[in-house]
Design a protein around this ligand. Structure first.
Ligand code: PLP
Length: 396
């Protein structure tokens, strides 16, 4: 990661094709656009790639989560189980849908623990959002079974894990809907962009309408289209879709580079038994955007994170202290601070997020460091990085 490291003539050609028509809007203007439909083309190619029937491209990954919740009928007062380790967007989407986030523990995969989810499900639970963090997967087969058994909707936030698979099946295709991000720092980028994927035609149609003011997109006169539902504007522009289309064609190359880099670092780490790589249910399916590893304790993790920074080993994240990825630092979420009164404030049974205690997640997160894997590393970069890491690990 990230895809912007590899922009070249392919992206320029796709964007140029849009500029030549002057049509930046993804719908309509049929004669002016000369058969160029970048968003539609991306959707078809991405659905094919994932092995699902439908994909809808939208403005960003955060929007994709709102679209998925709406398309699965999740709204006011519904409880949605979420992990405490995710980008804050997952929780924002639930709160802004008027629903209630219920936090459950993660496990050594760094994703929601299916056993913890099972214990957390109540009569009010309507959905689970499992987030495949840092490029790799949750125990998604087990999560699927738990959700089926309890008849709750399963939404996958695969925003950080495009290209990842579990036993050969694309991550983001196990639940009722999968959500993806193509923001500026993702493995493939549109600049800003997102997508939902599903096999369910009704949910797809709702997604497509919801993301465009409820338009049904039937016919060729936009002004006369029907509005079966209320919607909003989560549209992507043709320019963003064009960039993404070029990037999508490079996804396999990017994955191969990331995996090769990651395996070299992992090989080096074998000599240090006190450093434990993240548990990944299917190693072959890791998209390898990150290499995550645990130290025996919090002190060791803090010492290692500081040493890596001091030695110039860049792209390392100690998430436990990070403001945007771990609940511990989300004072604005815990305090439900919003510009206007959130619907959750009207619900008496809402949890007191200030009192939330997730000891297992704290223990895992306080010991864990993730290192971003870059596409642009040269042989010299990797050697330097491995030498610095080996030196630091030998002192732990
Ligand atoms: C897990 C997760 N969910 C959702 C998002 C939101 O995606 P976007 O930045 O495209 O809105 C991100 C982005 O970083 C993410 O990492």
């Amino acid at each position: 990661m990230p895809g912007f490291e590899r922009f070249d003539d392919a992206e320029r050609k796709e964007v140029q094709e849009v500029l030549e028509t002057g049509v930046l809007f993804r719908y309509g203007f049929d004669s002016a656009r000369r058969g160029r439909w970048k968003a539609f083309e991306f959707e078809k190619a991405f659905a094919r790639r994932l092995g699902v029937r439908f994909c809808h491209l939208c403005s960003n990954g955060t929007a994709s989560l709102s679209i998925a919740l709406a398309s699965c009928g999740i709204g006011a007062g519904d409880e949605v189980i979420v992990p405490p380790f995710t980008f804050v967007a997952t929780v924002e989407a639930v709160l802004l849908a008027g629903a209630i986030p219920i936090f459950a523990e993660i496990d050594e995969t760094l994703c929601l623990d299916p056993d913890a989810v099972k214990k957390t499900i109540s009569g009010r639970t309507k959905a689970v959002i499992v987030v495949h963090m840092c490029g790799a997967m949750a125990r998604i087969d087990e999560m699927q079974s738990v959700c089926r058994e309890h008849d709750v909707v399963l939404i996958e936030d695969a925003c950080q894990s495009v290209g990842a698979t579990f036993q050969g099946q694309a991550i983001g295709t196990f639940g009722h809907m999968g959500c993806f991000s193509f923001d500026p720092v993702k493995t493939i980028t549109c600049g800003e962009g997102g997508a939902v994927a599903t096999d369910d035609e009704k949910r797809y149609r709702t997604a497509m309408a919801f993301a465009d003011h409820g338009h049904d997109h039937i016919g060729t006169d936009r002004g006369r289209e029907g509005h079966p539902i209320l919607g909003t504007n989560f549209r992507i522009s043709e320019l963003n879709a064009a960039v993404g289309l070029a990037q999508l064609k490079k996804l396999d190359t990017f994955l191969e580079i990331q995996r090769t880099h990651k395996h070299r670092l992992l090989e080096m780490m074998r000599a240090f038994p006190r450093i434990t790589p993240r548990h990944i249910p299917d190693d072959d399916g890791d998209s390898a955007t990150f290499l995550s590893f645990s130290l025996p304790d919090e002190a060791g993790a803090r010492k290692t994170a500081s040493a890596l920074a001091e030695k110039g080993v860049d792209g390392c994240f100690y998430w436990y202290d990070n403001n945007w990825h771990y609940l511990r630092q989300w004072d604005h979420i815990k305090g439900l601070k919003a510009p206007a009164k959130l619907p959750i404030r009207l619900i008496e049974s809402r949890p007191d997020y200030q009192k939330l205690h997730l000891p297992r997640s704290d223990s895992i997160m306080s010991r864990m460091i993730s290192m971003q894997i870059k596409l642009s590393w040269t042989e010299v970069d990797i050697k330097k990085r491995m030498d610095a890491m080996a030196d630091i690990f030998s002192k732990i």
